[in-house]
Structure formats: C-alpha cells, structure tokens
Design a protein around this ligand. Structure first.
Ligand code: PMP
Length: 396
C-alpha cells in the first residue's frame, strides 16, 4: 500500500504547478541533439540547445569515445578515491588545467554536482558568500549546502557588491568570505563584470569563484570569461561544465594545486560518487584539444550568433542586451511567450519560452541559442518563420 500523505503531496503539488502554468512538459528528442532535431516525428531547427560549438555530435569526439569504450569499457568501476580514477580522468584534468591556464583541475560528474561539491568543500557555517541574485540554481544549492551565510547582491551591481562586502568584513562575523558569480548569465547573455569583481575581492580579501558554464568555449577565444578579461591569476576557482560547449557531460574546477588537492580529499561527490565514463572523459579531452588547436568553431558560433541577432533585430524583435550568442526575444507577457514558442514549433523552429520564476515577471521570452553547427540557410529559414509568426501575433 502506498502512502496517502505522499499521494496527496504529489497530486496537490502537480495540480498547483499546473494551475500556475508552471508544470513543465518534456519534449523528447528522437535522435541526436544537433542543429536540426526531430520531436514527435517533426523536423525542427533547434535553437534551444547548449551545444554551442556543435561538438555533441562531432565525428572526432565520437571516434575517441568509441575507442575509449573498446580500451576501457563503459564505466569507471568505482569512486575516484577507491580505484575509479582512470588514466583518462587524469589526462582530462591535465588538459582542463592547460586550457584554463591554471596549475591544476578536478573533474566531477556534472556542472551541477561540481558547484554543490566545490562550494561546500571550501565554505562552512563560519563563512559568508556574496552571490549575484541571478546566479544559477546549482550555485544557490551549493551555497545552501555549505551552511555559510548567503548575502545576495543585486545583479551585476558593483556598488551593491562593494557595500555588502564592506559590511560583511566590518561585521567581523565571518572567517572567510567568497564572491560567486556566473561568468555569462544564461537568460540574458550578459557577461559578469569580472574586472570590478576582482578589484573588490582584492580590496576585501574575498575568495573569487566564477561559474563559467556559458562562457567556456564562447568567450576568451574559447577559454572562457576569465581569460576574456585576462584574469587567470586573479580568480581562485574557475568552475565550468563539460556538457555545453564541450558537448559531453561533467563539470570541473580549475585553480591552484593546493585548491585541487583540497577538493580531492574533501568534496563529497568526488569522494562518494563514481566518476564519468571512459567515453565521456576521452571525448571531453578531445573537445578541449580541438578548442586549443583552432578557434574555427568559436568563430563560427559568433558569426552565427551575430547573424541571428541582426536578423531578429531587423525584423523588430526586442533582443535585450546580450553580449554573447545567447539571443533572447523578449515578449513580456507569459502566456504570449508560451503561445509564440508553440507557434514557432508548429512552423518548424524549436525555441523554448522562459517565464517567471526563471526570469522576472513581465520579461517572458523565447530564448535562442544559435550554435556553430547551424548553417546560414537554417538561420534564414528560422528568421522567415520568426517573421511570419511575429507578424501574425502582433509582436513585430
Ligand atoms: N552552472 C550554470 C550557470 C548552468 O547554466 C548549468 C546548466 N544549466 C550548470 C551550472 C550545470 O551544469 P550541468 O548541466 O553540467 O550539470
């Protein structure tokens, strides 16, 4: 017999989300998540993936992944600290450190896991964390897990950060204080003001942590937001994911050797959860090698991003203030944004609507993520559909 209390909790919770228009449905992709996808048998131009460089379906990555399966099998076999650290994991971590320009790196099973792991291994209840109000959910959860005092500062507001850093230091209540920010904010495509953040951190001796999930592969000729600003020596923890531009799965922190040594003995997902598979580790390493060898994919991503942005702007869409290829089309009203995304789907474009609480009320949008794998023809087709549906719905 199942629990009545659980049933009531689940059914009420689901109904409540449905009533508030917040019950997410999932659209399973039939086949690979490339620039064109198939959903429900329908072909759609895909403007919703984080596969920025198209590497998720790259033949060179597929080849090394298959070879790794042949030489190492399909699983790591144990947690890293027992005997699940394979040569492939160490090679990957060495490559990440080279890529990021740091002494060392540690990898985790996902970017989400990595934030949970690293923040809570460094910070504890005697500490405080200054966190941008728009930071990703995994940062918020990592901060909560650490039990440090969480002090949110207004989004990219450096006066607010300075004021709160000063107050925290002067209170004398905290042993360590960290400032943590996304490198690129995924809903608007804006870039963190890292030079100012680093300056404030130096003034108040703050630990600096940058989540570069959306900056790696995209900024700094591929090496990320920290490199973009030339701040490799000034950021203590450069966190990133292997699941977006890199195209595979996993997360990492790059930094000084003592930081990585500490994380290897104290971050719980590293100690107690099995590492990514050999194929994942090998494919991720290959992707980073490719990025270090050539900026071709990076350049193509920017070219496509600029092309789509210019096209949407010319049509009269409000594309916000993005500084990266992430291109929102701000609609405003929640229901209208959802209806717009649905009509785009019917016409052949997959671009998800993003509504409150992910973005503030009244700024609902359809978010476009062009990639290096899109052709200009695909983007032109998408723009034609945007024009048709935008006019039909009185958006442009
Ligand atoms: N940080 C940010 C800023 C992200 O956008 C995401 C993914 N949405 C993550 C961390 C988590 O990364 P992963 O998907 O590799 O778990």
């Amino acid at each position: 017999m199942s629990s009545k209390i659980l049933d009531a909790f689940l059914n009420d919770g689901i109904q409540d989300l449905k009533d508030r228009g917040m019950y997410n449905t999932i659209d399973p992709v039939e086949g690979a998540n490339g620039p064109v996808i198939k959903i429900d048998g329908k072909s759609l131009i895909n403007l919703s993936s984080n596969n920025y460089l198209g590497l998720a379906t790259d033949e060179r990555l597929k080849k090394v992944a298959k070879e790794a399966v042949d030489t190492h099998g399909v699983g790591a076999g144990a947690v890293r600290t027992i005997n699940g650290t394979l040569d492939l994991h160490l090679e990957l971590e060495k490559k990440i450190a080279e890529f990021k320009g740091t002494e060392a790196a540690i990898s985790y099973q996902s970017g989400f896991n990595c934030n949970m792991a690293a923040i809570s291994a460094i910070m504890n209840k005697e500490d405080a964390i200054l966190s941008d109000e728009l930071n990703h959910a995994s940062i918020i959860d990592g901060c909560r897990l650490s039990r440090a005092k969480i002090i949110r500062f207004n989004h990219s507001d450096m006066d607010d950060l300075r004021k709160k850093a000063k107050e925290a230091v002067e209170s004398g209540q905290y042993k360590k204080i960290m400032v943590i920010t996304d490198g690129v904010f995924s809903m608007d495509g804006d870039i963190a003001k890292l030079p100012e953040i680093v300056e404030i951190a130096e003034e108040f001796d703050l630990i600096t942590y940058v989540d570069d999930a959306h900056g790696s592969g995209v900024l700094g000729k591929g090496a990320g937001t920290v490199k973009h600003f030339g701040l490799q020596d000034k950021v203590d923890l450069q966190m990133g994911t292997l699941s977006k531009a890199i195209g595979v799965i996993g997360g990492y922190v790059a930094g000084k050797q003592n930081l990585i040594d500490w994380l290897k003995v104290s971050s719980r997902p590293f100690l107690f959860s099995t590492a990514v598979s050999p194929a994942d580790a090998a494919a991720s390493r290959k992707a980073i090698e490719l990025l270090m060898e050539s900026t071709e994919l990076h350049d193509k991503l920017w070219d496509n991003g600029n092309y789509l942005k210019a096209g949407l702007q010319k049509l009269g869409f409000d594309i916000g203030e993005s500084e990266t290829p992430i291109t929102p089309c701000i609609i405003g009203d929640e229901k209208k944004a959802q209806a717009f995304s649905k009509r785009l789907f019917e016409e052949g474009v997959y671009a998800k609507s993003i509504v409150f609480p992910t973005v503030p009320r009244g700024t609902a949008r359809v978010r476009n993520m062009p990639t290096a794998a899109h052709t200009k023809e695909m983007l032109d087709d998408a723009l034609k559909i945007y024009e048709k549906v935008g006019k039909e719905m009185d958006i442009i």
